[in-house]
Design a protein around this ligand. Sequence first.
Ligand code: UT7
Length: 332
Amino acid sequence: MNDKKFNAAITAVGMYVPDEVLDNKYFESILDTSDEWIVTRTGIKERRKLSNGATSDLATEAALDLIKTHNIDPKEIDVVIVATVTPDMFFPSTACLVMHNIGAVNAWGFDSSAACSGFLFGLQTATSLVESGRYKKVLLIGADKMTAISDYTDRNTCILFGDAGAAVLLEPAADTNTGIMDTVLHCDGSGANHLNMKGGGSLNPSSYETVDKKWHYIYQDGKAVFKVAVVGMANVAAEIMERNNLTADDVKYLVPHQANLRIIDATAQRMGIGREKVTINIHKYGNTTAATIPLCLCEYYREGKIVKGDKLVLAAFGAGYTWGAAYIRWSI
Ligand code: UT7
């Protein structure tokens, strides 16, 4: 069904989290909530906040970490994709700002909007660009400054989110036995009312009214999203295993989007794998939207837990609704 000669493969990783920590005690001091409620219902203990700066700064730091660690010449980067729902501005793209900051003077690029599935959607886009044979180095960054759109008077949402950026470089692999093996991606716009930010776009341009109504913050019907996220993420992980003939034993790690530990556990259970085979850092960073998956990849790789040849299943669910999975054979 497929006559491609080589895959795209992740050949470098980088990450950045700001120093400022907001722990659950902080939220106890400003809201009617408790560490116990937050940990039991979500798995989150603390998250990071970027007080000065924007998403482009998170993305730039992550990209520079990748460039320095793996000795990459930014002039050789062909394309930069930034997956984000918190761009610095509507335009220009955050990708343009990042390219300028890192000296990727020969690149073109763009922002990609698929919320918590943003990294997976970007991964398929970057993979296609590499597999086309036309581009050799595609930098994919997942970065979100979620604290910029969090309402710190709404206990339903603000405790969930944090700020981070993480990056991967995609290059041609030697063959089709390693790298990005497969992806499955889905969208269902009927979920738009349950998870969104209503204000500031062409539907509700910024006004005193949109500010009064708090439409410049995240709105989430947590219960409604939870129900579909559990089913969506578990189903899509099972789907990618099935169509690649993967058994639970084959998979070294499930690398899930970090929105809620209960959603992560449900997905692992559906795949028939235990917690020890799931990458988890939600307790440290909360939900960083497009950054969660590359952040996990980078941390687990640097800790020596993910090694060359490992079979990984990535899975995410987010606003849109958007959801998907990827099967990767790790290449570095
Ligand atoms: O990443 C993109 C996709 N997003 C997701 O996957 C998130 C999906 N949803 C969730 O993770 C969960 O629904 C939440 C963590 C957001 C909420 O957990 P829940 O178990 O679904 O709680 P709930 O919204 O049903 O609220 C239960 C109760 C409510 O009180 P009443 O109405 O039962 O009296 C809430 O008001 O918990 C209350 N509550 C809180 N209590 C203490 C909500 N937030 C808090 C809080 N502290 N921070």
